[in-house]
Design a protein. Sequence first.
Length: 451
Amino acid sequence: MKTVLELTRALAAGTITSRQLVEHAIAAIRNPAGEGSRTFIAIHADEALAAADRIDARRRAGGSLPALAGVPISIKDNIDEAHITTLAGSTVLIDSPAASCDAGIVQRLRDAGAIIIGRTNMTEFAYSGLGINPHYGTPRNVFDRAAERIPGGSSSGAAISVTDGMAAAAIGTDTGGSVRIPAALNGLVGFKPTARRVPLDGVLPLSTTLDSAGPLAKTVGDCALLDRILAADTDAVATPLPLRGLRVAVPQTVFLDDLSENVADAFAAALRRLSAAGVQIVESTMPEFAHAAEVNSRGALVSAEAFAWHRRWIETHRERYDPRVILRILPGERISPQQYDELLQRRARFVEEIDAIACGYDALLMPTTPDTAPAIADVVRDDASYLRFNGRMLRNASVVNAFDGCALSIPCHEPGSAPVGLMIAGMGNADRRVLGIGLAAEAIVSLWGRL
């Protein structure tokens, strides 16, 4: 499966048909030697083939077609599709009624001509950065597959659907890194937009304060195109910004603590390449980032908002929950309205603090995750291991959600080594600038860009 932009050009040129793309995707999903059974919770084979045939017929007739016409895209299982029950990777909601209509972002994808190939697996209710799912299986990371490493989460299936040619791109959600973490761990690009940029109607919530939705794809260009469609942005797709003269900060607080050696090496190499290309890199202490822990202290903000949604389901279907997910939801019951208001006030102060220290820079740079993907067996050994690995995976990416920003993860590892993500972050509504920097930086730091 080529990039989205390559596929749209090939479709327009008539060198491939939409039906061929969909057939390829379905074959990859159904390959018994592949990851399809763990990657998808539902496959829309008949519907996708019918949609492909309609688009191919319109193309042959010379009809005008939208940007993504005929391109297979996967969507995460917490996003509504009309006439389908949204499970969010759980068994809790199996008996729930089907959605009455498409989520806003699904409708925008359909309007752009995208073919929804199916619904991807995820951490139950999006509540982890690891991607483990005891109900539907855990898809294995694309790197060193025999070692059975985690895919990253919560948009686990989204990432593997792209790496394994089951979809040209994927749509996930990101509350604390759930688009960027699986992208980073699997050598993909993932974009977390400013939360209010992309509508969340029809998306099952984890944290109404921190949730966002964005794309995972092979390149920044693909993510920029998809972001424009998801956000209904009428401006032209973002273009590369000149790297020479850009001033970016590398915060020394939190983000660089206790990095694994291969992440530290890949990040340092990426900074050297960017510096050589003319980017002014400023290593700054920025101690204000230490306050991020206060915004969601011990997960209190997310658990409070999650419990508010899950209360009725816990009362009736508690036994159906993944024990490691409900373990993190239940503390929200103890958060009083006053404590919740205090958390929101802390977050508002934190946004102001980071806005004040970041305003003099074009972007912030940091590793997306402090580690590469560990083995699934190590993560699920016991609850303590699960929580420790989860905290590590979420640490860097979740700070961006806390300061209401946007961020792009770009692969920056060397060929043959475990994938590592370089995160380019900006404040709220700096999406186009971050994407523009990413488009230019990709050619310098990413394996894909250097091919």
